[in-house]
Design a protein around this ligand. Structure first.
Ligand code: 1HN
Length: 345
């Protein structure tokens, strides 16, 4: 295994010119850029976005740009390693903070990337996915899987704000990202599947002979139930953070093809030192207050804040108050590609 590979500069200029003219380049000077030794060398840097900083900017966007001119009124959380304007927080995960004002609607569209929303604040917002009306309450996780029609509406009287997470960077990289548009959908006049078919964990509708369950049977995961489940788990495990993965209630698989969602809880004063993992992640704070060291960088967080961590980041969490977070990660993608990995510290 050679440490020192040849450089471009040591090659004669006429040879370099001939290669350029032929549209080729030598691999060896570039080899370590794409295959570093031992672990990846991420471009992504840890990012932190406080809600105190984002909210006034979002409300101002509400004054400056009507939703009709925005389609989606969103501020994109850009990876500091790629710079402001980068449409990604990590290599595979896009996150943005979206505002919908009372009475507004965001038109129906469907696209190849998948999305999920974590509701940050405001009552009365809803998303319609494939005709199913999904109320949006604080902390809820609402899915809009790739290829499903979705539009947003608002029946309340205060601004509604939520965090969008999409696997958009991956689809852009694959040159597979596009959308189609349509008028607002007709809504089915009944509660969403989290209130009907999948009201209770471990119970699913009886399969009719010959039928297969829908690929995305449940689109909304109400926070109230997630929090209750975390609290119950916390009583019976010493593992910290207490974690629950969001899963498809029909088959236990990840809720979306590439993005995973994990609800986390820590009690006041607790610390946690998770293993190094090959997945990147965005953490959103539902409630609480604490600090996380990310590769030696201190990130202080409290309710409604968002922070991102690159692959293999060394994390040390400390909860100063009882805290609940949702972690968005790309473990499902990496497992499908066969390289998801955890390393002891
Ligand atoms: C999108 O469809 C939504 O439906 C939000 O609310 C953010 C960012 C990029 C591409 C599509 C939405 C998005 C998006």
């Amino acid at each position: 295994m050679s440490e020192q590979l040849g450089t471009l500069e040591e090659l004669p200029q006429d040879y370099r010119d001939d290669m350029t003219a032929a549209g080729v380049a030598p691999l060896w000077p570039m080899m370590r850029n794409v295959l570093p030794h031992g672990r990846p060398n991420p471009v992504s840097k840890p990012g932190v976005w406080t809600f105190d900083a984002l909210k006034p900017l979002l409300l101002r966007a509400g004054e400056l740009t009507p939703v009709e001119k925005a389609e989606r009124r969103v501020l994109v959380l850009s990876d500091p390693g790629r710079g402001t304007g980068a449409m990604q927080a990590t290599a595979s995960i896009y996150v943005g903070m979206q505002l919908l004002l009372p009475g507004e609607t965001a038109p129906a569209h469907k696209h190849t990337p998948s999305a999920a929303r974590i509701i940050v604040e405001g009552k009365g917002g809803f998303t319609v996915v494939d005709g199913e009306k999904l109320p949006m309450e604080d902390g809820d996780l609402v899915l809009t899987p790739g290829g499903e029609w979705h539009d947003h509406g608002h029946e309340g009287d205060e601004p509604v704000i939520w965090l969008d997470a999409l696997d958009l960077p991956l689809f852009v990289y694959l040159e597979g990202s596009y959308a189609e548009e349509a008028p607002l959908q007709a809504q089915r006049n009944r509660p969403d599947a989290s209130q009907v078919e999948y009201l209770s964990s471990g119970l699913a509708p009886t399969r009719k002979f010959g039928s297969t369950p829908r690929r995305y049977p449940m689109m909304r995961f109400p926070w109230s139930r997630t929090e209750a489940a975390l609290r119950q788990m916390a009583k019976y495990t010493d593992e910290r953070p207490v974690e629950l993965d969001y899963v498809n209630p029909e088959n236990g698989s990840d809720v979306l093809p590439t993005m995973g969602f994990t609800a986390m809880m820590m009690n006041k004063g607790e610390t946690a030192r998770p293993p190094l993992v090959s997945s990147s992640a965005v953490f959103h704070v539902i409630k609480g207050k604490g600090k996380t060291m990310v590769d030696g960088q201190l990130i202080e967080w409290s309710a409604k804040d968002t922070f991102s961590v690159p692959v293999f980041a060394a994390l040390d969490h400390h909860a100063e108050e009882e805290s609940f977070l949702i972690r968005v990660h790309d473990r499902p993608l990496q497992e499908k590609l066969g390289y998801y990995e955890e390393r002891a510290r």
